[in-house]
Write a new protein. Sequence first.
Length: 249
Amino acid sequence: MHEFPTEEEPLDITETRQVKKITLLQVLSSAVVAFNIDRGGIFTAKQLFKNPGEAVRAYLGAHRFHYTPPFRILIITTTLAFFAFGMAESFQDAESQFSAGFNSSVEEQRGGDADTTGEMKKILREISPYFNFILWTFIPIVSLFSWLLNLKKNFSYAEHLVFQTYLFCVSNLLCLLFPLDNFLNQTFVFAVVYMVVVFYYIFGYKQFLQKSWVRSILESIALFLLATFIWGSVVGLGFGIYVARTLQL
């Protein structure tokens, strides 16, 4: 089998590269990398929890090799977050309450002769595989406003996209606390997780953009509210149109 040439040996472009088969050892080795404490998924998550802004700056700079790319972590953490949502009692109740509330509004519209609760639950189950993509659309929106608000910091939109994606990944990991509502008060668990997520985002924003606490708090809240309003409006409109067409309202 042909060996790849060294720097002293010129590359013969007429030769055909032969790809070796992946062995079990290689597969196991690649899996171990993700748990490497010096680089990989666990190292990246640890650095993001400790110093989110500095970790993102390191990834954007000369230490990128030590970190797992943000979009790879995004896929993994989103899967874990949805698993946690499925185990959380509050989210199961929310689905039933949403379906019942929607049915009530349809009954009023149709004169009280409709029962769409089952149909709505079916629709939610049909679109559930796409929930992750729907949530991910929030990232480019908040990244856009983050970039526009900080043009003087000389970070490109792509770099803000990386920053916001990493923050989103950690938020997904914090969502693993939601199943605690099976043992503790639901409102308490939701409030704690929400406050931790908000504090983490402000802390990461402060570190990454090197701003004061006051500016970080005010700008983070403004960014979140504006991005949430636009994202929620677009997603809500799209969901409403889809439901209306499905149920022929």
